[in-house]
Design a binder for this molecule. Sequence first.
Ligand code: G1P
Length: 310
Amino acid sequence: MNNLFTESFFIGESTLTIKKALIPAAGLGIHFLPATKSMPKEMLPIIDTPVIQYVVEEAIASGIEDIIIITGRGKRAIEDYFDDSPELEMHLAKKHNTQLLKLVQDVSSLVDIHYIRQKEPNGLGDAILRAENHIGDEPFAVLLGDDIIVNDKPCTAQLIENFKKYGKSTLAVEEVPYEKLSSYGIIKGKSLTDSLYVLEDIVEKPSPEDAPSNIGTIGRYVFTPEIFDCIKKAGIGVGNEIQLTDGIRILNRSQTIYACRFKGKRFDTGNRLGYVKSVIDFALENENLREDVLEYLRKILTPAKDFSEK
Ligand code: G1P
């Protein structure tokens, strides 16, 4: 299994530990239709590993022990993926294919995962609310299923570190190109250091002209449990959905919230171009594929000789 987190990063005991993480995976995957008509977008493979596995691995490498995946109709493949697969395992054992057998067994023994279904796709805020009872009165992390973030110290661990320092909700942010501002939650922040802001405001998917900055939230958050009540107060927002961003905005009225420029490379696999880039990057990082892929890319990028010219 490819483990992206090479530095063994351990967050020690403290009263401010975060042990639970939510992975919302109930979205319809509109950008990948028709493929996502019958398969969850979170199961799209980056070569041989589904996107959601990288997200689960990041949570585990950040010290998370209890993962809740919010699913919806048509998402059973996610549950099957992280479950045992007796027939396949028996087949591989019979064929003495120990390497693949271990690979398959490793996936199902990663961590305890619980599943909660969101009955209607009512937005990210609503998906998070589904897990309120399971989370209870403790801080928790949220990892969106579309983003893969590669860094020795996982992005979620970086947010947890900030939470341990200040005891406040923390959002991962990065610069967003002008034409993409309307796809993100955009913050207004007061710089504390090069990489940390105190949140002053946040707007979900603003038009570029109205955006309060060019700094957007990506799919990693750490929240104090008060976020649940704030999402409930938020009501329906942009796109006729219950938006997490609106809940964050309300939470910010009563609690300080930090926004952290995370360290690492982010792959947004939730859109087609981002997905293609991820596959290329991961192929070039894979020692068994790199040379062949490079040779192929060189071949297709070198203009063919035009023999008609004299
Ligand atoms: C969601 C959030 C948005 C955030 C984005 C990051 O939007 O609503 O605030 O900036 O994820 O990827 P979505 O991509 O689900 O439309």
